[in-house]
Write a protein that binds this ligand. Structure first.
Ligand SMILES: C[S@@+](CC[C@H](N)C(=O)[O-])C[C@H]1O[C@@H](n2cnc3c(N)ncnc32)[C@H](O)[C@@H]1O
Length: 266
């Protein structure tokens, strides 16, 4: 299906003012935001520019939605006359978000189409995730800036994409025995969607539970770990047999396999 058939594209193309997006974004928007259409939600977009996206989102989400715009540029206030709520401030500043959330409380969706630097995207994630309602989303767009040298000074260890990968590791620490991070969002973020140029964090505190082992027969069994059984053709099997050893050679096998996997990490 062409992106031109999406609901979000139709809202984009009919917007009263200029709006700048990328063609691949529309299918992603439909996928991520369709469930909220027609609902009484609070939607926040960081980055107003010519104002066109405010109209696009109003059309997309419907009359019941509260559409809020944030921008550094005070000129953006002009869009208040159309019924949008506009806040002027810096998306990377704690003081700005403190004031914002004090006034609004928790919100349903935040879409970041602001300055797109590592610092802005990462600070926005850290400061906004705790203030998004359960079943809500923080969607960061234009994350390809994590790979661009000119103006963005990437790739960097501290790029937004690297931060998102760290968050992916972080949510896996809900599994017992895995070492926790000092700075963590794992009690808020249930799911991460990685698309080209867009990362979406789905918030759901109720689902962010510690993972526990469960046995349907309520008695502990020791399953035979097939991965540790050596094939009779294997050199390790022959060594084991010849020297009458107890070892299952799991570590040497792991090392050999790691070398085979190396090419997939290039
Ligand atoms: C790409 S434009 C937004 C485009 C708009 N969303 C659209 O779809 O047409 C980026 C906007 O982010 C704003 N911006 C840049 N840095 C910002 C920051 N640190 N905090 C808030 N807004 C910022 C700029 O003033 C600019 O209006």
């Amino acid at each position: 299906m062409s992106f031109k058939k999406t609901i979000s594209y139709k809202c984009f193309i009919n917007s009263k003012y200029s709006c700048i997006k990328y063609t691949n974004y529309f299918k992603i928007y439909d996928q991520l935001f369709k469930q909220y259409r027609g609902k009484k939600i609070t939607f926040v977009e960081i980055g107003i520019f010519s104002g066109g996206s405010l109209f696009m989102w109003r059309k997309f989400f419907g009359k019941k939605a509260r559409i809020i715009g944030i921008d550094l540029d005070p000129k953006a206030k002009q869009f208040e006359k159309y019924g949008f709520e506009i806040f002027i401030g810096d998306q990377s500043k704690k003081e700005f978000w403190n004031k914002f959330f004090k006034k609004l409380g928790k919100v349903d969706i935040i879409l970041d189409d602001g300055g797109h630097t590592n610092f802005q995207q990462i600070m926005t994630t850290n400061l906004c995730v705790p203030m998004i309602k359960d079943d809500g989303k923080l969607v960061i767009e234009d994350v390809h800036t994590s790979f661009i040298k000119k103006n963005w000074y990437n790739p960097s260890k501290y790029s937004f994409i690297n931060y998102s990968k760290k968050v992916a590791e972080d949510i896996n620490t809900r599994f017992p025995v895995i070492k926790n991070f000092k700075y963590s969002l794992r009690k808020y973020i249930y799911k991460i969607d990685f698309f080209e140029s867009i990362v979406s964090f789905e918030i759901n505190r109720k689902l962010c539970l510690e993972n526990k082992f469960i046995d349907n027969r309520k008695k502990s069994t020791s399953p035979v770990e097939q991965r540790n059984i050596l094939s009779e053709k294997s050199i390790f099997f022959k060594i084991k047999k010849y020297f009458n050893l107890k070892s299952n050679f799991t570590y040497p096998i792991f090392l050999i396999n790691a070398l085979k996997l190396k090419k997939y990490f290039k």
